[in-house]
Design a protein around this ligand. Structure first.
Ligand code: PLP
Length: 474
C-alpha cells in the first residue's frame, strides 16, 4: 500500500494513463461491445489476501475494465444527453478528491459553502434567471426534482406530511413527455404514482395548458387536491419546451407548486438568443438544470434553484445535537437544502470551468454545438431514405427511415430504423440513441461533446451514409 509520500512517484503513471486514454479515445469503440457477465467473470471472487502491485492493477484496468466502458467523452458519443466533461473539470475533481472534504455544513468547509453560493449566483445571473432565486448544488436532476416534489407536498399539506404522513388526494401534473424521474419521485415521496396526471402534448411535444386546467378542474370536482405542476424546458425525447407562462398562470390560480425541469437544455440559457426560455420563470417555485450534461462539468453536478429558500429549509431541516453549530443562521448549511446529509465539494469544478473558459468561450462552444445540429439536419434532409422528424432544436436532431411506399405499415418501418441504429452502434464508431414520436421509432442525435470538431461531424455523417447503404441491400 502507498503512503502519502509515494504520491509524486506514482501520480505520473496515472496522469500518463489519462493522457494515453485521451489520445486513443477517438479510436475506441464508443459503445462497449461486451456481453453481460463478461467483466464480472474476470474479476477475482474475493479480496486478495496480500496487496497486489499497482502496475498489475493499471494493466488490468486496460485489459478488463476498459473494454467494458462506454466512452461518454468520445467525440462521437451522441446518445441520450451527454455527460460532458473538460480538462478543467477533471483537474478540479482530482483536487476535490485529494482534499476529500465532506461539505455537509458551512463549518465542515466554509470555502466549499461560500464558493457554492457564488457559483449558483454566477450561473443564475449569466442565465438571466430571476435574481431573487437562490441555488444549491445537488447530485442529479432526479434528486432535485424529488426535493421539489417533497416541498410541494409539504406546502400543500400545511407542512404536516413530514410529521403525520401523506394525504392520498394530492395530485401532481406533468406532460406525457416529461422525464421518468418525476414519476419515480412522486412514488418515493409517498404520494402514489397513480396521483401523477400526465397531460397530452401538442405536435411540438409541449404540454397543452388547456388540458392541464381541465384535468385540474376535474380533480377538484372529484375531491382531489392539485399540489404540483412540473414543466419541461427541453424534454428528453425531442427537446420540446412547455409554456411556463401559460402554465404558471394556472399554477398560481390553483395554488400549485411549479417546478421547472431544464435538466439538459438549461445550459442554453447562457446564450442571450435562447433566453426566450426564461419566459414565465417568475411563476416557478423551483428549477433544475445539469451543468453535468452540457456545461463541460463532469458528472455529477446539478444546479437547483428555489424562489423561497425558507420553504426548502422548513421541509428538509432536521437538527440533531451533533450537527448544531455556532454559525447556524449566519451561513448556508447546505445539508438543509436537500436530501442527503453528506455532500461532495462540487462547486470547485464549476469554478475551474467557468473561470478558465469564461462566459465568451462557453457561449462559443454552445453555439458551435447548435451549429452542428443545424448542419446535420441539412444533411439528413438530403438523404434519400431518411426523414427529419424533430429539430434541429438547440443541438438536437431526430430522424427516421422513410416509408418505402406511401402507406407502408409502421411496424416494418420502425424495424428498419431500429436496425439502422443498431448497425451504427455495433460499428463502435458512434453511439446514438432512440425515442418514439407519434408511434414512430426515431433516432436521436445530440451534438454536446466538449471537444467535438468538424471532422467528428463528418465522421458521423459518413457512417450514417454507409449504414444506410447497407440497409438498402437485400
Ligand atoms: N430531466 C430531464 C429532462 C432529463 O433529460 C434527465 C436525464 O436525461 C433527467 C431529468 C434526469 O437527470 P439526472 O440523471 O441528473 O437525474
Amino acid at each position: 500500500m502507498f503512503s502519502r509520500s509515494d504520491f509524486s512517484t506514482h501520480a505520473p503513471t496515472v496522469t500518463q494513463w489519462i493522457a494515453d486514454y485521451y489520445k486513443k479515445l477517438p479510436e475506441l469503440p464508443v459503445k462497449s461491445q461486451v456481453k453481460p457477465g463478461e467483466i464480472y467473470a474476470q474479476i477475482e471472487g474475493q479480496i486478495p489476501e496480500s496487496g497486489q502491485p499497482f502496475g498489475d492493477i493499471i494493466a488490468d484496468l486496460d485489459r478488463i475494465i476498459l473494454p467494458g466502458i462506454t466512452h461518454w467523452q468520445h467525440p462521437n458519443f451522441h446518445a441520450f444527453f451527454p455527460a460532458n466533461g473538460s480538462i478543467e473539470s477533471l483537474f478540479a475533481e482530482m483536487i476535490t478528491a485529494a482534499i476529500g472534504a465532506q461539505c455537509m455544513v458551512w463549518e465542515t468547509s466554509p470555502a466549499a459553502a461560500e464558493l457554492e453560493q457564488r457559483m449558483m449566483e454566477w450561473l443564475r445571473d449569466a442565465m438571466k434567471l430571476p435574481t431573487y432565486w437562490e441555488g444549491v448544488i445537488q447530485d442529479t436532476a432526479s434528486t432535485a426534482t424529488l426535493t421539489a416534489i417533497v416541498c410541494a407536498r409539504e406546502q400543500s399539506s400545511g407542512f404536516s406530511s413530514n410529521d403525520y404522513g401523506v394525504p392520498n388526494n394530492l395530485r401532481v401534473y406533468c406532460s406525457t413527455e416529461t422525464h421518468s424521474s418525476i414519476e419515480k419521485a412522486v412514488g418515493i415521496a409517498g404520494m402514489g404514482r397513480k396521483n401523477l396526471v400526465k397531460i397530452s402534448v401538442d405536435e411540438q411535444g409541449a404540454m397543452i395548458p388547456a388540458l392541464l386546467e381541465q384535468a385540474i378542474k376535474e380533480d377538484i370536482a372529484n375531491g382531489k387536491k392539485p399540489c404540483c405542476i412540473i414543466t419541461a424546458l427541453g424534454t428528453t425525447g425531442t427537446v420540446a419546451f412547455d409554456d411556463n407562462e401559460a402554465i404558471g398562470i394556472i399554477a398560481k390560480k390553483y395554488d400549485c407548486w411549479l417546478h421547472v425541469d431544464a435538466a439538459y437544455a438549461g445550459s442554453a440559457q447562457l446564450l442571450p438568443e435562447n433566453q426566450w426560455m426564461n419566459k414565465g420563470l417568475d411563476y416557478a417555485d423551483s428549477y433544475v438544470f445539469n451543468p453535468h450534461k452540457w456545461l463541460f462539468t463532469n458528472f455529477d453536478c446539478t444546479a437547483y434553484y428555489v424562489k423561497d429558500v425558507s420553504v426548502l429549509l422548513k421541509c428538509m431541516e432536521i437538527l440533531p445535537e451533533y450537527l448544531k453549530t455556532n454559525t447556524r443562521g449566519q451561513v448556508n448549511d447546505y445539508r438543509d437544502w436537500g436530501i442527503p446529509l453528506g455532500r461532495r465539494f462540487r462547486a470547485l469544478k464549476l469554478w475551474f470551468v467557468l473561470r478558465h473558459y469564461g462566459l465568451n468561450a462557453i457561449q462559443e462552444k454552445l453555439r458551435t454545438h447548435i451549429g452542428y445540429a443545424l448542419e446535420f439536419s441539412e444533411f439528413i434532409k438530403k438523404q434519400a431514405g431518411l426523414t427529419l422528424v424533430a429539430g434541429p432544436t438547440l443541438n438536437f436532431v431526430g430522424f427516421r427511415c422513410t416509408e418505402k411506399a406511401q402507406g407502408e405499415d409502421i411496424a416494418p418501418l420502425n424495424e428498419r430504423t431500429k436496425t439502422l441504429l443498431e448497425k451504427i452502434n455495433a460499428s463502435g464508431k458512434a453511439y446514438l440513441s432512440h425515442t418514439k414520436k407519434d408511434q414512430y421509432y426515431i433516432i436521436r442525435v445530440i451534438f454536446g461533446q466538449t471537444y467535438l470538431n468538424d471532422n467528428d461531424l463528418a465522421n458521423v455523417c459518413s457512417l450514417l451514409k454507409e449504414k444506410l447503404e447497407q440497409l438498402k441491400q437485400p
